[in-house]
Design a protein around this ligand. Sequence first.
Ligand SMILES: [Zn+2]
Length: 541
Amino acid sequence: MFENVVEDANAVSIPPEWIDPDALARSLPAPMVFVDLETTGGNALEDRITEIGVVEVGPHGIEQWSTLLDPAEPIPPFIQKLTGITNEMVRGQPSFDTLAQGLAERLHGKLFVAHNARFDYGFLKNEFRRAGIGFQADVLCTVRLSRLLFPSAARHGLDALIARFGLAPQGRHRALADADLLWQFWQKLHTLYTPDLIGQAVQRVTKRSSQPPQLPDEAIDALPASPGVYLFYGEGDTLLYVGKSVDVRARVRSHFSSDHQVAKDLRISQEIRRVEVRRTVGELGALLLESQLVKQLQPVHNRMLRRSASLYSWQLTQESDTPQLVSAKTVDFSGAESLYGTFSSRNGAESALRALADEHRLCCAQLGLEKVAKGRPCFGYQVKRCDGVCVGAAPLSEHTQRMREALATLRLETWPYDGPIAIQEHGDNDVEYHVIDRWQYLGSVASRDALDALVDNMPAATGFDPDIYRLLRRRLAALRAAQSTAPAPLTMLHLTRPAFRLSQVERPDAAPRKPRSVALLRRRQPRPEDPDQLRLPFDVR
Ligand SMILES: [Zn+2]
């Protein structure tokens, strides 16, 4: 793909054979800093910087800057030999700390260019963090740039570039000399390719600064690549955000990658100080825990899952021709018959019903949405959107029938079990039991024994939870359908997604002499097809 671009570009314009460095610097669309570091070793967390070299290039011209640093730790002999920087040379030199502020200003807002840039950028970020400065830059790695522009070349190390392009080293393995080689490489590119094409290549390999400045890269690397819930904390341990994923590490990374960056992620990236993870066995456990934590902890940047204070639904009993608005404060949504939809406000409930009326030519007066005197036409009748049940021009029974059909899609399913259930979810090696009662999530545990303990101390379900209802209704229906038609369990095993099994636990029928918990766990009489033996696909949204 890109190779074609290269050919096309060469076909239309011929780059110059010689470049004037000053003219090139002044023509750059944005200032750049070519950076090289010498260090006491290869570990950005433990080792320290001994020398910084910077070639700054931009509209103001070209400027070079370099300094030795006292790393406050000995330089291993082989590194002293490689760089020629000895312990004696760095003794008494400034510490990074004392230079940090000035260096941050020097680098600020410029494209950070380095060879194996991850190394230099990582070292600098860590040193800046120790100095209390959050450092962030767009990073261009010249190894990646070389690979992209010269795909047939086998080697892309600095020595290879020197040899291939006839660069003129002022020294080797010293910071400023190596930084200058990168600047020479950059000039050389402009004798081979047009600025347009180089610009495209730079776009392709530049890593936009999106890493949270106050969070070590290693903190994200250390996250598990498995299901769970992650919590982002900011200054003063404020909870910023709670999220879930089947691959926590990849999801957290994507929050801070330029590809997916949205305004909220940018703000979180600036504020985040640490990440906490609660592992789950699979996706369902992560969904349930996320829903629970968001409601409990009310993170600053979560909006969707917050539980609203009030909850409404339309109730339409068998005998009635007009739906009534009911509140979860007075009606048990998990057990009441003939409820349609859940809404967080009266207004929301009314506009949803009005939309249905429009779509299905229902009468707003008959629905109770419009106050008119009995026998007077509703607004819709006058604009021919109501068939006239309000003025007796259409039969009420037919209207009621259509109203029921229109509402059917919103119908709430009452809790289909005698009592709480545990959903058994299988992960790669573990199992988890999620306890649900009346569309309310009561907790998860890792073993049957712990399940006993949980049920022993289980709080009574206090109310219908619309999130849990949304998460589980179809999954549970799928489980029940599979149990009643009893397909051979093996036919479902080809699915590699996490499967879970349903265990039903019953309430005592009558005269519960035993403690409630023991009775709760008593199993039903096993059916010919033991539900425990059924493995079912995870119903992915
Ligand atoms: Zn009408």
